[in-house]
Design a binder for this molecule. Structure first.
Ligand code: ZN
Length: 246
């Protein structure tokens, strides 16, 4: 099976459309989304409806949880809070209901785990080899059959793996073949709001047969998204950061 793994769309329709267009040219069998479909950008309804229409296997992220009331907004920064209030006001009831009923994690082919932030908590971040080591220990104890765990939430692509007793990190390789031994933690980056320092949309393709992972980076018309941010009155900083990819 060839999977497209996408994450952190954040209601950025232009980035999402461009990503789907690219996925359509890549002979993919299934699309998996690691959560944060909404929050920050101006098209939450359109992005949720695209997920439904394209039968994307989605899980919930912290922003999705905040707009449905699963969690409060007090732990978010002021800009995120403002965007969450705006999103909650503009999201249709049926789309909210759909987000509310998404699973927290997914197990695919019995050996792939999809989570939003980390295997031990959906809102926890994996930013370092130390945090990855904690995730690997948790996986070995709680999900002994899992070989590859996909996560998002940091908006930065990453690939960690276990080598003997240490944790190694591979970065910025476009393609990489996963070994047969060891565990892997992979972040495909963010579709809607990358924080790698490069503007555009990021996602990954994983082939469970050949065990090849490919990180993809696309450019799209982000000036259109920026214009919409300003038009609907979302915080200006959300438009600005798309230029920086941060
Ligand atoms: Zn996010």
């Amino acid at each position: 099976m060839r999977y497209a793994v996408i994450s952190d769309i954040h209601a950025n329709l232009e980035a999402f459309q461009k990503t789907l267009e690219d996925i359509d040219s890549q002979n993919v069998d299934e699309i998996i989304c690691l959560g944060d479909i909404v929050g920050y950008y101006p098209n939450p309804n359109e992005c949720v409806e695209l997920c439904k229409k394209r039968h994307i296997q989605c899980i919930r992220g912290n922003h999705d949880d905040a707009v449905t009331g699963i969690c409060g907004i007090e732990d978010f920064n002021p800009v995120a809070q403002e965007a969450l209030i705006w999103t909650s006001r503009h999201l249709d009831r049926a789309n909210k209901e759909w987000l509310l009923h998404l699973p927290e994690h997914l197990v695919i082919e019995e050996k792939i785990l999809a989570v939003h932030g980390s295997p031990w908590h959906p809102y926890a971040y994996i930013f370092s080899a130390q945090e990855a080591a904690h995730a690997f220990t948790f996986l070995q104890t709680n999900y002994p059959q899992i070989q590859v765990c996909f996560y998002g939430h940091t908006h930065q692509k990453a690939l960690y793996y276990t080598k003997e007793s240490s944790v190694e990190e591979v970065e910025k390789n476009r393609k990489y073949i996963l070994g047969n031994k060891g565990l892997y933690l992979i972040n495909p980056g963010s579709v809607g709001q990358p924080r790698d320092g490069s503007p555009g949309a990021f996602y990954a393709i994983y082939d469970s047969q050949t065990r090849e992972i490919e990180f993809r980076h696309l450019t799209y018309d982000l000036t259109l998204t920026q214009r919409k941010v300003i038009e609907v009155g979302l915080p200006y900083m959300l438009a600005e950061r798309l230029n920086l990819g941060y």
